[in-house]
Write a protein that binds this ligand. Structure first.
Ligand SMILES: Nc1nc2c(ncn2[C@@H]2O[C@H](COP(=O)(O)OP(=O)(O)OP(=O)(O)O)[C@@H](O)[C@H]2O)c(=O)[nH]1
Ligand SMILES: [Mg+2]
Length: 477
């Protein structure tokens, strides 16, 4: 029997390059290159060599200096490399000058990250956002080599916008970008409608460095089965699920794209629609991979990125994850001292999740307000809406009249003093929902319970008269 031979393309081979400067130690460079290698692997490349260089400051024309470029030239020829990847972003001039010397594709960190995103993007939103970011990236560095890369040629750094858009001219790119922005605007509007549809529910977003365990935690808390992988950027799209924090309180939890050192700014910009999930949350859960040697630096990166998203003031619960894989008990003790409000969990083994839920509940309810309001029973929709927007603690019925608007000096009230049957509702709500309820009640004026001879006047609602939802309007007695 004839079995066609499957052609499998070998992984592309790559050389990665890092530079130590007066601000970046060699030790830092090693760790950054570890991460770059992981990114390269995620993109499908095999890293054959690492080249490092120490400079007081990067060389403006070649970034690494002409001697090092020569070394790269020799090494890449020897290895027959497909790619050279720089950990730092190169200027278009630097790209041009290095490309003159070496005979393979050149990528920087941003380009590599964009390529991974392009590969991972599944939904229309993610695809549009990535393409926009790629076009933006390309338009700033249209070089001879970029223009000669084509989709057909394939390989890392060439996915996404193909030669057609790149080759013609910038105007075409600008046109395409405008179109993508329009498409994103539409997606944004849809998302806004979806978010409105979620009514008064509290929303929480998982944020953190890529690979910290956000999706694993989401799965553990919500009993879903999202992709979690030992890979960078396993998640690109926002996913939202309900999570029960205790018997009568659930929140909407969103898992979203992870952050990384030097996440290209244009990517953050174009991922606005995905990251809006984070921006609109009531609170954040910051997941930290405590087994990562550089977890503190990762925490700083997350903090900075949240700053770029204008989210630094949101309430945050810090969650140190993967404690099952941490041998260093001293580190745990030190962290507990340093972060008394943080929780320590293993999302994978389900350790510490109850505590996480309790603390998250306390956090989201920290600013909740308790209030008692009076709503005319003739406005059942408003009453129903309050039930949606708030946790109603009690509801009963009585007569009320409108508080005098101003004292006219003769003791007479300026308001309409017809007593009316009202629902008295005691609730707890998030400040933003409390505001919404306040706005809804505006047209009814300031109602106050009617008191005769020191006793409250309650409508005859039958039964125990306490918690009936729809009182029969009592006949005047
Ligand atoms: N040992 C251990 N591994 C974990 C734990 N939580 C997650 N992991 C592993 O860490 C890796 C990354 O997990 P993900 O949940 O995909 O991480 P993420 O933060 O969603 O990553 P991105 O979507 O790529 O940003 C996977 O291999 C998980 O199995 C944990 O509590 N303990
Ligand atoms: Mg994930």
């Amino acid at each position: 029997m004839f079995t066609p031979e499957k052609k499998t393309k070998d992984a592309e081979s790559a050389i990665i390059v890092g530079v130590a400067t007066s601000n970046v130690s060699r030790f830092d460079v090693r760790d950054h290159l570890n991460e770059l290698e992981q990114l390269a692997r995620t993109a499908g490349a095999t890293v054959t060599d690492r080249v490092t260089q120490s400079l007081n400051s990067p060389d403006p024309s070649t970034f690494i200096g002409s001697g090092k470029v020569n070394e790269l030239k020799r090494l890449s020829a020897e290895r027959d490399s497909d790619l050279i990847i720089f950990d730092d972003d190169l200027s278009p001039v630097q790209v041009r000058n290095i490309e003159k010397q070496v005979n393979c594709k050149l990528l920087d960190r941003s380009g590599l990250i964009l390529d991974i995103f392009a590969n991972r993007a599944q939904t229309a939103a993610a695809k549009t956002q990535v393409e926009l970011a790629q076009l933006d990236y390309l338009s700033s560095r249209l070089t001879r080599r970029w223009t000669h890369l084509s989709r057909q040629e394939g390989g890392i750094g060439t996915k996404g916008p193909g030669e057609k858009q790149i080759e013609t001219d910038r105007r075409l790119i600008d046109k395409r970008m405008a179109k993508l922005r329009d498409k994103l605007d539409k997606i944004d509007r849809q998302r806004t409608t979806q978010r409105k549809g979620r009514r008064g529910m509290t929303t929480v977003s998982l944020v953190g460095y890529t690979n910290a365990g956000k999706s694993t935690l989401m799965n553990a808390l919500s009993d879903t089965d999202l992709l979690s992988e030992d890979q960078l950027f396993a998640t690109l799209d926002a996913t939202t699920r309900t999570v029960q924090l205790d018997t009568n309180k659930e929140v909407l939890l969103s898992d979203t794209v992870g952050f990384i050192r030097k996440l290209p700014h244009r990517l953050i910009e174009s991922f606005k629609s995905t990251l809006d999930e984070v921006r609109h949350s009531d609170a954040l859960v910051h997941v930290v991979d405590v087994t990562h040697r550089r977890f503190e630096e990762q925490m700083d990166v997350v903090q900075e990125t949240l700053g770029e998203l204008d989210c630094e003031d949101k309430p945050v619960l810090t969650v140190f994850n993967k404690i099952d894989a941490l041998d260093d008990r001293n580190l745990l003790r030190a962290l507990r001292r340093e972060h008394p409000d943080a929780v320590f969990v293993s999302a994978l083994r389900g350790i510490g999740l109850q505590r996480l839920k309790t603390d998250l509940l306390a956090l989201v309810e920290r600013d909740f307000v308790d209030r008692v309001v009076y709503v005319p029973v003739t406005a059942p929709k408003v009453i129903a809406r309050i039930h949606e927007l708030a946790d109603v603690e009690s509801e009963d019925y009585l007569y009320a009249d409108e508080e005098p608007v101003a004292d006219r000096g003769d003791g007479a009230a300026a308001g309409d003093d017809q007593p009316q049957a009202v629902a008295r509702i005691a609730y707890r709500a998030a400040p933003r929902n409390d505001d919404r309820i306040h706005d809804m009640l505006e047209p009814f004026g300031a109602l106050r319970p009617l008191v005769t001879n020191g006793a409250r006047v309650e409508p005859d609602v039958g039964g125990d008269g306490k918690s009936a939802r729809a009182p029969r309007l009592a006949s005047e007695s």
